[in-house]
Design a protein around this ligand. Structure first.
Ligand SMILES: Cc1cc2nc3c(=O)[nH]c(=O)nc-3n(C[C@H](O)[C@H](O)[C@H](O)COP(=O)(O)O)c2cc1C
Length: 369
């Protein structure tokens, strides 16, 4: 357990252990993006349960960029005060809280589709997952989105989050620009990897300019889109290297997109059975090239395997295990090293829009699941 309980840093912030709660949409905010008491309680539970670094579920930078119903907003100043209450409570419980900034592009949950005037993306195509038409973003519109990222990051900082994470994974807008399958542009945002990653670099620079040099900025990337026409690992290494040079404070390496699954590949939330740490190899390829901390996500359940992984990587993040067992790290630290009870059934995904994030097996023993 010693290796899990080692401290590490994101920028100047010291994290008390090497386990991270990967961003997890909660569906527990109001329609105008404010956190409810249930969201505050659930996030605080993670801090009390000993999670070193908690990445909150996506926060939309504008209504246009909202992917799921009842998610948290960073789209206007009215959210700062209610979010500051959440940040304060989580800090008091010893937690380090990160806000994940999102523009969804054309990847939206069907439940929210009727609220959208139009769906936007790098190129005018039919969205490969929903088949809805996507409008090509003009350069002015792209500049507005970049500006919205900066403003959202300032709000997160004012509210008291310790850091922000740019969501560049899982088929959302920045991932759409990175992927040749969706980005057919002929201007400076299309073509080479450098061009397709320009939006991500500009978003990073905008946020850095807005929050200053000392406020940590992280990124979550899909190192492999999960199918042959999408983002490939060698492209992701190039992007990660550039972000590292620009000054990114940590890279969380995921893989897979909803499009990947549709194309016969894989999505980013693989149901069981699957090998533990399915995307670890992509994280290691990036770790090999960059200076900043690298975090691996997907399928980690067994503390013994996690400890082995931590010999090669800075941190391991998990989502589903903490839904079922928010106090998982306390359990492991207390000497019960049996694997996380999560069976990766993905029922948690269905609960988000019905009653808010939860686990149907919460408080039940592993055998019962
Ligand atoms: C209910 C649920 C909500 C999720 N919401 C987000 C999210 O807001 N942002 C994100 O980057 N990934 C999200 N993910 C993906 C997870 O962060 C993680 O990458 C994935 O579940 C694999 O990790 P795990 O096997 O530990 O669950 C979500 C996953 C689940 C199950």
């Amino acid at each position: 357990m010693d290796i899990i309980l080692q401290t590490w840093n994101i920028g100047q912030i010291e994290i008390k252990n090497r386990l991270v709660r990967s961003a997890t949409v909660e569906g527990l905010s109001t329609e105008d993006g404010r956190p409810t008491q249930r969201l505050i309680d659930k996030t605080t539970e993670l801090a009390i349960g000993g999670v070193g670094l908690i990445i909150a579920g996506t926060a939309y930078i504008s209504f246009e960029g909202q992917a799921d119903k009842n998610t948290t907003g960073l789209h206007n100043d009215h959210v700062i005060q209610p979010l500051s209450l959440m940040c304060w409570v989580v800090r008091e419980a010893g937690g380090i809280l990160v806000s994940q900034l999102l523009h969804c592009g054309s990847t939206v949950d069907l439940e929210i589709l009727d609220q959208k005037e139009a769906l936007f993306g790098p190129s005018a195509i039919l969205d490969p997952v929903t088949n809805f038409p996507v409008e090509e973003l003009s350069k002015d519109h792209i500049h507005k989105i970049i500006n919205d990222y900066g403003k959202a990051a300032i709000r997160a900082k004012k509210a008291g989050f310790h850091a922000v994470q740019i969501h560049a994974a899982h088929g959302y807008l920045i991932n759409q620009f990175l992927s040749k399958s969706r980005n057919h542009r002929r201007d400076q945002y299309g073509g080479s990897v450098k061009n397709r990653a320009l939006l991500l670099y500009q978003v990073y620079e905008e946020i850095r300019g807005a929050v200053g040099p000392d406020f940590p900025i992280m990124v979550k990337m899909s190192a492999h889109d999960g199918f042959s026409g999408g983002v490939m690992p060698e492209e992701s290494v190039e992007v990660a290297l550039t972000l590292d040079t620009l000054g990114i404070d940590a890279i969380e390496v995921s893989a897979g997109t909803p499009e990947g699954e549709k194309a016969g590949g894989w999505d980013h939330i693989i149901p069981a059975p699957f090998p533990e740490g399915s995307f670890f190899k992509y994280a290691l390829q990036i770790k090999d090239k960059v200076e900043c901390p690298v975090i691996t996500v997907e399928g980690w359940r067994d503390p013994l395997k996690i400890m082995k992984a931590l010999e090669k990587i800075d941190a391991v993040s998990m989502s589903r295990p903490f839904i079922r067992e928010p106090d998982l790290i306390k359990r492991w630290s207390g000497g019960d090293l049996s694997p996380a009870q999560c069976i990766s059934c993905n029922k948690c995904l269905e609960l988000i829009s019905k009653s808010g994030l939860g686990c149907i097996f919460h408080n039940k023993k592993r055998d019962a699941g």
